[in-house]
Design a binder for this molecule. Structure first.
Ligand SMILES: NC(=O)c1ccc[n+]([C@@H]2O[C@H](COP(=O)([O-])OP(=O)(O)OC[C@H]3O[C@@H](n4cnc5c(N)ncnc54)[C@H](OP(=O)(O)O)[C@@H]3O)[C@@H](O)[C@H]2O)c1
Length: 276
């Protein structure tokens, strides 16, 4: 095996598994094939990975439910931070190339357009636990931290919620915050390119900045749905447990200079939902 993809069942992990040659995924249970690894069991991680001897390790696994992270900080810390420390130590033991996936939620959202050097200031525990994980990955010189935003694919994400609701003529309430959402398949393709070039450090890979209201309207345009079903809502009306950044959009100038402009178009990313 050349490449170990941790989090093989996730939106991003499952897309990477399809396109990275000689890759194998890890899964929390054995329903999906691949290697069983529960990141809660932090003592097993390093030994298991070192025994497999991958040349490349990609960590896409995380506790991504933002409200659950706020309610269960211990699990969030273990999976998003402590486990990354163990994965990083395994990569160092092997001299393997480590690619770790981070989030726009490490920023407070006061300014938006965050570049790779922007100062992090998370406002919820998901963001804090991910930032702690990033800091572990960054201690290893042969690592790349991909910072991304609003990953969407088949399940559990805002664009899919919009598409499914509107197709079923259900009204939706949308908080008009900004981010840089990218389809998991588009992200996987761009990651493959930068990984082949063995980039290290931090790199933002995301789409162009868009508000959730604009995004919902673009989904209506592209899939010919009824815009009257979209209502603007306040954050307080949605009963979220954790606070969300108002503008967590990422500056993607660096990745555009490496990858070209095509990947970041919001319409191109939305249209990928029609291919599923
Ligand atoms: N989704 C977003 O909007 C977003 C935005 C910015 C950055 N990111 C980052 O991008 C990466 C990929 O996100 P995604 O959307 O693909 O996430 P996802 O679909 O929620 O997948 C998360 C993966 O982590 C695995 N996982 C969770 N807890 C685990 C545990 N205890 N042991 C082993 N595996 C565990 C999940 O396994 P199960 O299927 O068994 O739960 C799943 O394979 C993450 O690092 C995330 O922080 C995501």
């Amino acid at each position: 095996m050349e490449t170990l993809i941790i989090g093989g069942s996730g939106q991003l992990g499952s897309e990477l598994l399809k396109i990275i040659p000689q890759s194998i995924g890890t899964f929390r249970n054995n329903n999906s094939g691949g290697i069983i690894l529960d990141l809660i069991d932090t003592r097993s991680i390093r030994k298991l990975i070192v025994g497999l001897k991958p040349k490349v390790i990609i960590n896409t696994a995380a506790l991504t439910n933002v409200d659950l992270c706020e309610k269960d900080k211990k699990s969030a810390y273990t999976i998003n931070a402590h486990a990354v420390r163990e994965i990083t130590m395994a990569a160092e033991d092997l001299g393997a190339y480590l690619v770790h996936v981070s989030t726009d939620y490490v920023f407070d959202g006061a300014d938006g357009n965050y570049d790779e050097d922007a100062i992090q200031n998370p406002i919820n525990y998901y963001g804090l636990s991910k930032l702690l994980g990033d800091s572990h990955a960054c201690t290893y010189d042969n690592s790349l931290v991909i910072r991304t935003s609003g990953v969407f694919g088949l399940k559990g994400n805002f664009p899919r919620f919009v598409l499914d609701s509107l197709k079923n003529n259900k009204g939706i309430n949308v908080v008009n915050s900004y981010y840089s959402p990218i389809h998991a398949r588009m992200l996987a393709r761009q990651m493959k390119i930068v990984m082949e070039r063995k980039h290290t450090g931090i790199l933002n890979i995301a789409s162009e900045r868009v508000s959730r209201l604009e995004l919902a309207n673009r989904i209506c345009d592209i899939f010919d749905l009824n815009k009257e079903l979209i209502n603007e809502a306040s954050e307080s009306s949605l009963n979220w447990v954790a606070r969300r950044p108002k503008d967590s959009s990422l500056n993607i100038d660096r990745s555009l200079s490496i990858l070209g402009k095509g990947y970041s178009s919001i319409d191109a990313n939305i249209k990928m939902m029609g291919e599923e």
